[in-house]
Design a protein around this ligand. Sequence first.
Ligand SMILES: Nc1ncnc2c1ncn2[C@@H]1O[C@H](COP(=O)(O)OP(=O)(O)OP(=O)(O)O)[C@@H](O)[C@H]1O
Ligand code: SF4
Ligand SMILES: [Mg+2]
Length: 332
Amino acid sequence: MVGIGASNLRERSETLITVENLTVEFPGPRGATVQAVSDVSFDVQAGETLGIVGESGCGKSTTAKAIIQMPEPTSGVVTYRDSDLTTLDKAELRRMRTDLQMIFQDPISALNPRRSVWDIIREGPEIWGTEDVWTEQRLVQLIESVGIDPQYRDRKPFQFSGGQCQRIGIARALALDPEVLICDEPVSALDVSVQAQILNLLDDLQTEHDLTMLFISHDLAVVRNVSDRVMVMYLGRIAEIGDADSIFDNPVHPYTTALLSAVPGSGVRDDGSLSGELPSPLDPPSGCRFHTRCSDATEVCATTVPEFTKFGADHWAACHHPQGTPVTLRDL
Ligand SMILES: Nc1ncnc2c1ncn2[C@@H]1O[C@H](COP(=O)(O)OP(=O)(O)OP(=O)(O)O)[C@@H](O)[C@H]1O
Ligand code: SF4
Ligand SMILES: [Mg+2]
C-alpha cells in the first residue's frame, strides 16, 4: 500500500540524520533515574521511511523527540545535514525544527482549540515570514491536498473528526516546508478505515513533498506497510535494525521474533515468549536487557551487552545467540 521501495532508495542514498550514542535519562522517583534511551546509534537516509517499533515504554517517542532536542539528550550526538543539533542555541533550534516537523497520536489535542483551521495552518508561514511563498492560493491548495474542504477553513478543531484533525495537523506541518516528518503513532487513535486513508495520504505527500519520515508505531502491520527500514527497540536499546523486508521476513533477534509471533497471521509461531513482565526502565536488566524474558538466554546474556552483528546488506542485530548466520561467517 505505502512506501517507496528500499532498492530505489539505495540508488539515491544520502544520510540526512545521524544519531550517535544517544542516551536520554529522566529523573525518577526517590532519586532514581529513568533510563528511557541508552546508547542508541542509527542513521536516517534522505527520502526513506524509518519505522520504529517496540512495546510501550521502550523509548520510541523519546528517541524521536531527542532528535529535535525536546528533550535535550543526556549525552550523544545528533547530526542533521552538517549541524550537530546538540550544540545549537535556542534560536538556531527553533529554525531547525521547521525542517524537522512532528505529528502526534492525539490529533485533536495537538491543535489549538481556540483557533480556526485557517489560522492554525498559516501560523507557521506568518512566524517565519514566508507568506510570500505560502500565498492564500497555495495554502488553499495545501488544505485541499490533505483532504479538507477549504470552505470549512473558518471552523475550529472540535468541529472536525479525529481523522480530519490529523489531516489538519499534517497540513500545519507541511506549511513549514519540512524535510523530515516525524510521525509518532499518527493513526493509533483512529478507526481502522480512517487509518488506511491517513497512511495513503502520508504516502502521497511523502512523494509530493520529497519527505523523509520517521514512523513510530507499536502496530507491526502498519510499520511493515509504510517502512523502507525498520528499527526494533527494547527497553531503551535497539535490538534489530535494517531493511524492512529483511527484518520482517528473516528476523534474527529473539525479541523481534517474539513481537512478530504476537501478530495474528504473521506466519511466526507464537511461543509465548513475550508473556513475561516488561522490566522497569528505572532498573533495567544487566547485559542484554531482554534476558529476563528470552527463551534463548544463557549466562553471557545476563552479564555482557551484545554487540551489533551484520546479517544482510542492511540488517543488524544485537544478540549473543541470534536466530540467523552473521554475514561475515556465511561469507568465509
Ligand atoms: N518526561 C518524562 N519524565 C519521566 N519519564 C519519562 C518521560 N518521558 C518518557 N518517560 C519514560 O521513558 C520511557 C520511554 O518512554 P517513551 O514515551 O519514549 O516510550 P514509547 O516507546 O514511546 O512508549 P508508548 O508506545 O507508550 O508511546 C518510559 O518508561 C517513560 O515512562
Ligand atoms: S542476547 Fe541473549 S537474552 Fe538477549 S536476545 Fe539474544 S539470546 Fe536472548
Ligand atoms: Mg510513544
